[in-house]
Design a protein around this ligand. Structure first.
Ligand SMILES: *[C@@H]1O[C@H](CO)[C@@H](O)[C@H](O)[C@H]1NC(C)=O
Ligand SMILES: *[C@@H]1O[C@H](CO)[C@@H](O)[C@H](O)[C@H]1NC(C)=O
Ligand SMILES: *[C@@H]1O[C@H](CO)[C@@H](O)[C@H](O)[C@H]1NC(C)=O
Ligand SMILES: *[C@@H]1O[C@H](CO)[C@@H](O)[C@H](O)[C@H]1NC(C)=O
Ligand SMILES: *[C@@H]1O[C@H](CO)[C@@H](O)[C@H](O)[C@H]1NC(C)=O
Ligand SMILES: *[C@@H]1O[C@H](CO)[C@@H](O)[C@H](O)[C@H]1NC(C)=O
Ligand SMILES: *[C@@H]1O[C@H](CO)[C@@H](O)[C@H](O)[C@H]1NC(C)=O
Ligand SMILES: *[C@@H]1O[C@H](CO)[C@@H](O)[C@H](O)[C@H]1NC(C)=O
Ligand SMILES: *[C@@H]1O[C@H](CO)[C@@H](O)[C@H](O)[C@H]1NC(C)=O
Ligand SMILES: *[C@@H]1O[C@H](CO)[C@@H](O)[C@H](O)[C@H]1NC(C)=O
Length: 437
């Protein structure tokens, strides 16, 4: 079997790289680009002889597409590409090399190259965007990358992607649909937009041990994950439909928006010991083997809905003070106790208009609906039903009714910018409801 890997050696700090190149040769700062080295708005090379025309250029300005029936291609001597290089639909191309290029200001795109096995950009240190898309035969892709804003690797035959040892910051990092992929390692410390991995087959192990923060992270079909230093996810964090059995992210302190762990069939343990705040919804659902959820005892606030569905017998949210949205907790385990959640609800900590807590033995839920005369100390006396099968609890106030309800998917609440005084919960319910929509 071929050794299929992507190795991208060494790295420096990343400066933002302008993706746009100058649109005309004569306006470049050097002013010294020979006319043959300016491609106009774009040029296409379909044979090696077309590429040879640029061998006298140390800087090429413009966008070049390599396409057509050539079997191998080489771009010699060019050091800087002030524009983008696209190698597209060259269905006979087996190898391509451009080992002098140090910088591509725009993007380097390799796409739909059905027999390409080797691509070499051995001197490439800086690039705006790198995208490798539909490369079913690629076994080696080599660069010396130190700076890149966006990385996209999709539908390739790469088995490992582990050469990002010097790349510390990117805007986005997206690895999807690489069915042979077994390993992704990167030394990124920040991802200012999205880190996404998914659908790479079922055996991909990830290691992002130097990552400190990312704007958002979404992982699917991952077999093993390591985020040893991840402290903050500014927007959303989702682990959906993975095959790992344990998930440990103990340094994580906060998630700015929604936090989701769902449909991970093999997951039986989670550990998030430092997590204190979740800005959006908190969703743990359909992880069929997750029986114990006892690692969220430091979480104090949930800015959206609390939605925990499964077959768990413990759920420890002992520091929780506030849930801005609805709460829907349902388990098929009969020995799960809803008491702690009911206490929270009675204290007015659950601010959404629905509270459902059900276990396999009894069901207890309520929905609160508002009537127009908003009045007073409303949250008193509205405890939800405790036991027995779906009995109605009586409403004890004229301003609100609480009744058992079938559980339904809860709605995430947008964070609202004020706190609601307990005594006027129902008076403000209209405002809360509008914030929910
Ligand atoms: C190269 O293409 C990009 C968009 O893909 C465009 O913004 C840029 O102006 C082009 N460069 C030149 C020199 O035409
Ligand atoms: C790819 O190249 C083939 C010829 O080799 C051509 O028939 C086909 O239309 C091209 N596809 C695209 C999307 O350009
Ligand atoms: C990442 O977060 C940004 C906003 O912060 C959002 O627009 C974008 O859709 C998110 N992407 C994903 C994959 O969640
Ligand atoms: C997951 O990775 C850890 C180390 O990073 C390793 O010890 C463990 O065996 C891996 N588990 C699987 C299922 O690959
Ligand atoms: C994300 O959070 C980190 C740590 O709080 C912060 O340093 C960084 O500036 C934030 N990034 C964005 C894009 O908001
Ligand atoms: C989970 O992933 C598998 C394959 O990767 C797919 O067949 C299945 O539909 C996915 N399930 C969900 C709930 O997304
Ligand atoms: C929580 O974070 C602190 C410092 O940020 C760290 O010292 C501690 O080890 C973390 N806890 C766990 C369980 O990892
Ligand atoms: C959990 O599974 C149910 C039933 O298959 C589905 O309706 C629900 O959307 C799932 N929830 C999540 C968060 O995946
Ligand atoms: C819940 O887990 C128990 C074992 O702890 C198992 O016997 C039962 O079938 C599971 N129920 C569901 C609905 O998965
Ligand atoms: C709940 O019952 C399961 C068996 O169905 C048992 O393994 C678990 O320890 C029990 N949990 C509690 C908190 O009683």
């Amino acid at each position: 079997m071929q050794f299929k890997s992507l190795s991208i050696a060494t790295l420096l700090a990343t400066a933002a790289i302008a993706a746009d190149s100058s649109s005309s040769a004569t306006s470049t700062s050097s002013g010294s680009v020979p006319s043959g080295c300016s491609l106009g708005s774009s040029a296409t090379a379909t044979a090696q002889s077309d590429l040879d025309k640029y061998s006298g250029c140390s800087t090429l300005v413009g966008n070049l597409t390599v396409s057509g029936v050539l079997g191998s291609g080489a771009l010699a001597n060019v050091k800087k590409f002030d524009g983008s290089l696209r190698i597209f639909n060259a269905t006979d191309l087996v190898t391509f090399s451009a080992d002098s290029i140090e910088e591509i200001t725009g993007s380097l795109e390799l796409q739909s190259l059905t027999v390409l096995t080797t691509a070499s950009f051995g001197a490439l240190e800086k690039v705006g965007t790198i995208s490798l898309i539909t490369l079913p035969a690629i076994s080696t892709f080599a660069t010396n990358l130190k700076s890149a804003s966006n990385i996209l690797i999709s539908d390739t035959s790469l088995e490992s992607i582990d050469g990002f040892s010097a790349l510390k910051t990117v805007d986005s990092f997206n690895i999807n649909n690489n069915r042979y992929l077994t390993s992704v390692k990167a030394s990124l410390s920040t991802v200012s937009n999205a880190l996404e991995l998914g659908f790479n087959g079922q055996n991909t192990a990830l290691s992002f041990d130097e990552l400190i923060w990312a704007n958002n992270i979404t992982l699917s079909s991952v077999a093993n994950v390591s985020f040893a230093n991840l402290q903050n996810v500014n927007a959303s964090l989702g682990f959906i439909n993975n095959t790992f059995s344990s998930l440990t992210v103990d340094q994580l302190k906060s998630v700015g928006q929604t936090f989701t762990i769902s449909s991970n069939d093999d997951l039986d343990s989670v550990s998030f010991k430092n997590l204190t705040s979740i800005g959006g919804g908190f969703v743990i659902a359909n992880n069929t083997n997750l029986k114990t959820i006892d690692t969220f005892s430091e979480v104090t606030t949930i800015g959206g809905a609390l939605n925990v569905i499964g077959n768990f017998s413990t759920l420890d949210l002992s520091s929780l003070k506030s849930v801005r949205g609805v709460a829907d907790v349902e388990t098929s385990a009969s020995n799960f106790s809803c008491d702690a959640l009911k206490k929270l609800q009675n204290k007015g900590a659950i601010q959404g208009d629905k509270f459902v807590c059900k276990n396999g033995a009894v069901s207890s839920s309520s929905s609160v609906s508002h009537t127009s005369s908003g009045s007073s100390s409303a949250s008193k006396g509205h405890s939800s039903t405790t036991s027995g099968s779906a009995t109605d609890s009586d409403s004890s106030s004229s301003t609100a009714s609480i009744k058992t309800s079938k559980s339904s998917k809860s709605k995430g609440a947008a964070a609202v910018g004020y706190t609601i005084p307990q005594a006027s919960v129902f008076g403000l319910l209209t405002a809360v409801l509008s914030a929910l929509l």
